[in-house]
Design a protein around this ligand. Structure first.
Ligand code: ARG
Length: 579
């Protein structure tokens, strides 16, 4: 007997219904898998779809559209809308035709969703956003990794997605940076070679010098003023160059992390541009107060936040307001996610209140995707100010571990370096992503690198095993073979466990995107790996005499590999075939 299967509806039927009933645009919100289904004892796979009451009223239209639609829902039988008394919802139940369902799960293209109902939504994700002259710290790393996954999830589900990196390059500290470069007579070559670290050191040096010498402090202020007023072409030109070098270095690290952006934007872009306009708007909305010293203060929700300093230069919030309004005009987003640490919650509250006071249509579109701190991510020398140090440490620890392990052949090729880097990065990414976003979290290399624990290494390892198995049996022509539910479920329950994991993939992706929580997907992938490892042990392919069984098992493992691969890519991992 089969235990029941409760999964998210596949894209075909969902789309069919969405097209019939425009009011179901947010049908995904209605998806819910009650644990009851999982525990009941139906003998066939059963699928449920919980609908909110206003949708359930359309029962007949719904049934009609399910019957009429021409998409791949061949495995669906017996659709019933079941009212749920006293609850603000109804449910749709489907019986599943087992072989067709197995085919749906195990067929070659079932992982990638087809066209989607979300094209007209435009989600902008702003993430990473480090600062020039300050180290790319662990908070930026977490923003980079989480933001990338959130953008990937939206894109995968068919949303129009734009990825922004909003780099901090403005504020008085940049006068100090310019001063530091002058005082240290730092050459252009040196900056180009390691911009992030060199510029940071210049800043630290100047900061110290200025603290001891008021004249130097004054010079730093003047440098920033002339940068701001654009009165010194050489200085402005240098500044441009520093930013370009910084982007070049960042891009290299982003590549290692599997991260990319559609656009790099700078705080400085908004230091003058649109600011006059924004101030006028704020003033006429009654949100701006001028102090006697010339400072301008935004007063919103009983909060008072300075936006313009007495010397007329802009502050962080002013630039963010200008940037937000400009993005809205340019990108016409329906949703904007700011992936920034918990520590900036007050800033984003002020930003959102101010922006919505100016433009009510922004209400509900803006979200601060907060996250907690990571502690303990340092190198063995005890330093990890820079992202590069963290990534290199990950690679080096991984290399030592591999060479130490007796099973690994010490074939020191360039390739190897590459594999170590990917493994190290996988360990870091997964260790960061498996945590609930808002939690503070203690990082440990020891934990992050375990093959048997819940780590990125486990995901890579399972992927390699599946890859090798499928390669070994590459000459069995799987395209000709029809998946058979019966065959698979006659097996020890390990095959069924894998099938159910495969069936849950869509749902987990959706849930992760709804909750903006990568850990939902990460934990799903751990479950998939565990089920797959058990199946690999209990359902051998090589020793199996019956060719039918053999090929059904291969179909199962092929689908597991595909799903794992897709999930890993969504996390920003590069699936390895060999390690
Ligand atoms: N560069 C800022 C920092 O490192 C983060 C920017 C966050 N995004 C924004 N729109 N304010 O603190």
């Amino acid at each position: 007997a089969l235990s029941p299967c409760a999964i998210n509806m596949s894209s075909g039927i969902r789309r069919a219904i969405c097209e019939q009933l425009p009011q179901l645009k947010n049908i995904y919100y209605a998806l819910e898998v009650p644990s009851k289904v999982q525990n009941s004892t139906a003998t066939r796979p059963l699928l449920q779809w919980i609908l909110p009451a206003d949708v359930a009223q359309h029962e007949n239209e719904l049934l009609d559209s399910v019957k009429r639609q021409q998409f791949d829902t061949s495995f669906i039988e017996d659709v019933r809308v079941v009212p749920r008394n006293g609850r603000n919802a109804a449910k749709v139940e489907f019986q599943i035709q087992p072989d067709a369902f197995a085919a749906h799960l195990l067929q070659a293209d079932s992982v990638v969703p087809k066209a989607s109902a979300f094209q007209e939504e435009h989600v902008v994700v702003e993430y990473s956003s480090p600062n020039i002259a300050k180290p790319f710290h662990v908070g930026h790393l977490r923003s980079t990794i989480i933001g990338n996954v959130l953008a990937n999830l939206h894109q995968h589900l068919g949303y129009r997605t734009t990825r922004l990196n909003y780099l901090g390059d403005w504020g008085t500290q940049f006068g100090l940076l310019a001063l530091g470069v002058q005082l240290g007579s730092i050459s252009d070559d040196r900056i180009r070679e390691a911009p992030i670290e060199t510029l940071y050191n210049a800043y630290v040096m100047a900061n110290k010098a200025a603290a001891e010498d008021p004249q130097l402090a004054q010079r730093a202020r003047e440098l920033f003023t002339s940068l701001e007023a654009n009165t010194d072409p050489t200085l402005s030109c240098e500044w441009q160059k520093y930013r370009q070098y910084t982007i070049d270095e960042l891009t290299g690290m982003y590549d290692r992390l599997g991260v990319h952006f559609d656009s790099y934007e700078w705080e400085s872009q908004y230091s003058q541009r649109d600011i006059g306009d924004v101030l006028t708007q704020l003033r006429s909305a009654g949100l701006l107060q001028r102090e006697h010293d010339g400072r301008e203060i935004v007063v919103v929700d009983e909060r008072r936040v300075p936006v313009i300093k007495s010397d007329g230069s802009t502050l962080y919030l002013a630039r963010d307001i200008a940037a937000l309004l400009e993005r809205q005009r340019r990108l016409q987003f329906t949703r904007m996610l700011y992936v920034v640490d918990n520590g900036q919650a007050d800033h984003f509250n002020a930003l959102f209140s101010t922006a919505t006071a100016l433009d009510a249509s922004l209400k509900d579109k803006l979200q601060h995707v907060k996250f907690g701190r990571i502690r303990g991510m340092s190198t063995r020398q005890g330093k990890a100010v820079f992202l590069r140090d963290v990534l290199n440490e990950a690679r080096d620890v991984m290399r030592e571990k591999r060479f130490a392990s007796a099973t690994t052949k010490a074939n020191s090729t360039l390739n190897d370096e590459h594999v170590c880097d990917i493994l190290g990065v996988s360990a870091v990414l997964v260790n960061v992503l498996k945590q609930r976003r808002q939690r503070d979290h203690e990082f440990s290399w020891q934990q992050a690198l375990q093959v048997n624990g819940d780590t990125g290494i486990k995901l890579q390892y399972t992927h390699c095993r599946l890859h090798n198995l499928l390669e070994r049996f590459g000459d069995i022509e799987l395209a000709e073979i029809k998946p058979s539910w019966q065959h698979l479920t006659e097996e020890p329950s390990d095959a069924l466990a894998v099938l159910y994991e495969l069936a849950r993939f869509d749902q987990c992706v959706w849930q992760a995107k709804e909750q903006l929580e990568a850990h939902v997907l990460v934990n799903y992938l751990f479950g998939l790996c565990n089920a797959t490892s058990r199946a690999l042990k209990r359902l051998p392919v090589k020793q199996e005499k019956c060719p039918d069984k053999q090929s059904q098992r291969l179909l199962l493992f092929r689908a597991a590999k595909r799903t794992l691969q897709q999930g890993m890519r969504l996390l920003g991992l590069k699936p390895l075939n060999q390690m």
